[in-house]
Design a protein. Structure first.
Length: 249
């Protein structure tokens, strides 16, 4: 059996990036003197985390640490879908699921060899472009959500501008973002310069050949087979995520 190691690396890094924050920021606010509250918020496609540290602004001693508190930004199904917050929830969920879809496609590409090699190349091109698009679309959605939240806290004023003026807002791209970018680069390499390794699996080779004879797939149907099987993976994941995962807003 032949495995495209760059495609498998891309899929692995895609999935690994979901366990780390993609965008993080911190801001400070004075409470009752001399207390200084420093908040840290981390955003990732399926998990968001917030924590806070309380300092004594005169002695710079740490007085308390709260969190981290985590929640899942999935949409409430029993609320109107036209509200601002639910628009954010739905957008983030859709983008995250499409990113997972790209990872599922790359898993299929990893094992696309022989007569499936041409189809695997086409799928890899689509998955690599889809992953890049979803990464930056996710950042746009989150930044817009932060902007709306900042305007609400500042009485309708521009949240980013006020934060820069007070120098209390420090956003940065976190490790999850760079892992996702690395995975997308590996996805591009998987079809530009594919590298295969051979694994001896005589038992599985016989079963795979028997399956091919039992379920023959024409050339034009191969892309549909890969897309459909990847969609089924996302469908099962969506059910688990929406209905069985605790920790919503």
């Amino acid at each position: 059996m032949k495995i495209n190691i760059y495609a498998l690396l891309a899929a692995s890094v895609f999935l690994l990036s979901l366990f780390f924050p993609w965008l993080s920021y911190s801001f400070s606010a004075f409470g009752s003197q001399p207390l200084l509250n420093v908040f840290s918020v981390n955003y990732s496609p399926f998990r968001e985390t917030a924590s806070a540290v309380v300092y004594n602004s005169t002695s710079f001693q740490t007085l308390g640490y709260y969190g981290p508190e985590s929640w899942s930004p999935k949409p409430f199904l029993d609320r109107p879908l036209w509200t601002t917050l639910n628009t954010y929830f739905l957008s983030v969920t859709a983008v995250a699921l499409l990113f997972i879809f790209a990872a599922a496609l790359m898993i299929h590409v990893s094992f696309a060899s022989g007569s499936w090699n041409g189809v695997g190349r086409k799928i890899a091109i689509a998955a690599s472009n889809l992953s890049f698009l979803m990464i930056f679309l996710y950042l746009i959605i989150v930044c817009r959500y932060i902007e709306i939240g900042g305007q609400a806290l500042n009485g309708g004023q521009n949240g980013w501008l006020l934060a820069r003026q007070t120098q209390s807002f420090v956003p940065f791209l976190d490790i999850g973002f760079w892992l996702a970018i690395l995975g997308s680069v590996a996805a591009y390499v998987s079809w530009l310069h594919p590298k295969f390794i051979h694994i001896e699996t005589k038992i599985w080779n016989g079963k795979i050949e028997a399956l091919k004879r039992l379920l023959p797939v024409s050339e034009w149907q191969k892309t549909a087979v890969v897309a459909t099987s990847s969609f089924l993976i996302i469908f099962v994941f969506t059910i688990i995520y929406l209905f069985l995962t605790p920790g919503t807003f």
